[in-house]
Design a protein around this ligand. Structure first.
Ligand code: PA5
Length: 435
């Protein structure tokens, strides 16, 4: 089995190897809490066994719905926010062409809504939907979140206007709670196919439920391979009892050791643009899980080499606050040679014969050397290539490490009391009854 590699040798410039090794008893204890379900947040541990427990009949009906909807249209609007959208977007953007919007011949295409309240965004979306055949998936666990509710009302009105109420109902799928919430009620009343987000899986851990699986399958990716990758990584995370055997324990140990040494910010560094949404998903996963009781590393992200030309200055020379977690992909899917040029006016003939991946790797290695010498510890996470299987591995690896890391930090990694504060103010300002 291909394995995710977590390398910490470049993260030991601020702390010694012992500071990481000494974390083993604590991360093992945190792992036991996850497996035994005997600590805070234990009613939200459904994700731990999810790759083993995915209901086959749910999966078959989800695939049948995807096939039915794909036959109607090759464009789907996926409505959701936070944990109800970032996982699907992360997987799809990791796997699809960066230019998928312009090359629609290859696979069905997903557009997103419900993650913003920008008026112009919806005006622009509706303009596109005027001349596109489309279907809709609306996702909300609570079924009451304002942003997706507003987006669904707008898009549904457009859909009904375009196709009539009967056909509109056949173009909508709802993913929500099994029993409660406004979206559940609407779906029952309108007869939409409905998929359930299990009670014991929180939004940010829900990518391997229909929340992620339906949009990912709709975008043309193999969800069985994604689940297989997560399942294999689960075996490693659940059974590995040393830092060397268990990449999730290693990652949780090194980031907690660095936090204790005074590091405040963890920057995910993606080496290719396809990983931009891995960073967005990871920021929610770690920020919402650990940012409590005035504790936790602040998750931030940059992309290289792009951001070396902007944030690079701060990372090298600014306030010494941060560590980096660089996500590397060994093999690209294609090769693009650097053409030779007889005149060599740009002076880059010395690169001819090297692949762009070799050049990008040299940039990444040069960056690590520079940042380490500037006092920034760098953890490297390497996957052999980007496909459904390795992305499934990454999902489970980051989720398991997050649970272990949160318990090691001493917080409940599975609640999010802080996200309610803005909602109360927004409802009061909007004049919502009761606020
Ligand atoms: O992780 C979380 O709990 C949040 O980010 C939610 O996923 C987000 O607020 C959306 O909630 P809901 O699915 O209930 O609409």
């Amino acid at each position: 089995m291909q394995k995710i590699d977590v390398k910490i040798s470049n993260a030991l410039n601020k702390i010694g190897q012992n500071a990481v090794s000494d974390m083993l008893p604590e991360v093992l204890a945190a792992k036991e809490h996850l497996l035994k379900g005997d600590a805070a947040g234990n009613d939200f541990l459904g994700w731990v066994d999810l790759p083993e427990n995915i209901d086959g009949s749910m999966l078959a009906s989800l695939k049948a719905d995807v096939a039915r909807l794909a036959a109607k249209s090759r464009l789907m609007v996926v409505i959701g926010i936070g944990g109800s959208y970032l996982g699907a977007r992360m997987v799809i953007e990791a796997l699809q062409s960066e230019f998928a919007a312009m090359d629609r011949s290859e696979k069905p295409y997903i557009v997103y809504a419900g993650h913003t309240l920008s008026e112009d965004y919806y005006a622009q979306l509706l303009k596109v939907l005027d001349h596109e055949d489309y279907t809709v998936t609306v996702i909300s666990k609570s079924g009451t979140t304002t942003e997706p509710a507003v987006a669904f009302r707008i898009v549904k009105a457009h859909l009904v206007n375009k196709y009539g109420a009967d056909e509109a109902s056949k173009r909508i799928v709802a993913i929500t709670d099994a029993r409660r919430g406004a979206l559940h009620e609407i779906a029952v009343q309108e007869g939409y196919p409905m998929y359930v987000i299990p009670d014991n899986v929180g939004g940010r851990f829900s990518v391997l439920t229909p929340v992620g699986l339906l949009p990912i399958a709709m975008a043309g990716y193999d969800i069985d391979k994604l689940i297989a990758g997560a399942r294999d990584m689960r075996n490693i995370c659940v059974n590995g009892n040393t830092l060397e055997d268990n990449p999730a324990l290693m990652y949780a140990a090194v980031r907690n050791a660095l936090y204790r040494s005074g590091v405040k910010v963890e920057m995910m560094v993606s080496c290719i643009p396809n990983l931009r949404y891995l960073a967005e998903w990871w920021k929610q996963l770690y920020g919402e899980s650990e940012g409590k009781e005035h504790k936790g590393l602040l998750p931030h992200s940059i992309s290289i080499t792009t951001d070396l030309h902007s944030m690079g200055q701060y990372v090298q020379d600014g306030e010494r606050l941060m560590m980096e977690t660089m996500v590397r992909v060994e093999k690209p899917h294609a090769t693009v040679p650097v053409p030779t040029d007889e005149q060599n006016l740009d002076g880059i003939n010395y690169l001819v014969g090297k692949s762009l991946t070799e050049i990008n790797d040299c940039a990444a290695n040069g960056t690590i050397e520079a940042h380490v010498s500037g006092g920034v510890p760098v953890v490297e996470i390497t996957v052999p290539t980007l496909d459904e299987y390795t992305v499934g591995q990454l999902i489970y690896f980051f989720e398991f490490a997050c649970g272990v890391s949160g318990y090691t930090l001493g917080v409940n990694p599975f609640d999010q009391p802080g996200v309610e504060a803005y909602k109360k103010n927004m409802f009061r300002l909007l004049g919502k009854p009761g606020f």
